[in-house]
Write a protein that binds this ligand. Structure first.
Ligand code: HSE
Length: 311
């Protein structure tokens, strides 16, 4: 068993417009870092959280410790691990903040214990147990891309069936993160229990087109498919300036744009870095009139997922 392991796990964009709860991809930055160290007593504890004072230190309430504890329980409950969390993704940002911490903790704990779980895929259920306490639902559309990188499809949460799609080489994303917090658990309560058959057909066609576009590196098909007729119409009003941000992205040449996860972050997909910079600049200009602080990111699709940091 190593004495300590440091791990980086990236932010991610889930739903990707028409793929509610089933599609997601990882971005290069930001990402959370977790240091896992051998603990003296059984159980997973949070030693320190750097970068956020709104995240619980109580190991029963923290997504990272809950996820790592799930792994420890599976391997040997007598094991003790201390976690230090370097929180770079703001909680409630809609870019997979809780998933990043849960995945980093699970991955770090597995490395610290000498990789008893050999296949990285098999870490997903442990990380999902952590993610569940933040979102109130059991879904892998942020956890899986944060762990594995690239685009992923969650064909089924139970039993878990995750499919890796990789990513087209010239695909970039732009993310604008307004400094307001939206809790996924609250945002999910707004969603309809039933959808009209016509909407389902439109959404299914778009999702099939988007997946085909990603696999065939057909950027035009990706763009034509990025429409969400079920979730976005309900959630758009919860994000100040969503309509203006999306419109700015499309006018600047983005392939498509939408809500990242449950928001408030808004993302766009772009073909090539030059286009991504143009879209980024136009989205920033559009948002400056809203008097809301925001962060912005331009990133290729992260294809590596979670990695150990070798000091
Ligand atoms: N698919 C989830 C949702 C992701 O939209 O509620 C939350 O980040």
């Amino acid at each position: 068993m190593s004495k300590s392991i440091r791990v980086y796990s990236p932010a991610s964009v889930s739903n990707v417009t028409c793929g509610f709860d089933v599609l997601g991809f990882a971005i290069e930055k930001p990402g959370d870092i977790i240091l896992a160290e051998q603990g003296g007593k059984p159980g997973v504890r949070i030693k320190e959280i750097v970068g956020s004072d709104s995240i619980p230190l109580n190991p029963l309430e923290n997504v990272a410790s809950v996820a790592a504890q799930a792994l420890v329980n599976h391997i040997d409950p007598k094991i003790g691990i201390d976690l230090t969390i370097y929180k770079n993704i703001k909680p409630g940002s809609g870019i997979g903040s809780s998933a990043s911490s849960a995945v980093a903790a699970t991955f770090a704990a597995n490395q610290l214990l000498g990789t008893p779980i050999k296949n990285t895929f098999d870490l997903i259920p442990f990380a999902m147990q952590g993610e569940q306490i933040a979102s109130g639902a059991f879904h892998a559309d942020n956890v899986a891309p944060a762990l594995l990188g690239g685009f992923i499809i969650v064909r089924s949460n139970d039993p878990l069936d995750v499919v890796q799609l990789g990513a087209p080489p010239d695909l970039y994303t732009v993310v604008i993160h307004p400094d307001v917090q939206i809790k996924t658990s609250e945002s999910r309560k707004l969603l309809p229990g039933q959808v009209p058959l016509k909407s389902l057909v439109t959404q299914t066609g778009n999702l099939a087109g988007l997946v085909a576009g990603l696999l065939q590196h057909d950027y035009s098909l990706i763009g034509r498919s990025m429409h969400d007729v079920i979730i976005e119409p309900v959630r758009a009003s919860t994000i100040p300036g969503f309509v203006e941000l999306k419109s700015a992205a499309l006018h600047a040449g983005a392939l498509g744009a939408g809500i990242s996860g449950s928001g408030p972050s808004v993302f766009a997909l772009c073909k090539g870095e030059i286009s991504a910079h143009k879209v980024h600049d136009e989205m920033k200009i559009a948002y400056e009139s809203f008097n809301i602080k925001f962060d912005s990111y331009i990133s290729p699709i992260n294809k590596k997922g979670t990695i150990q940091i070798i000091d």
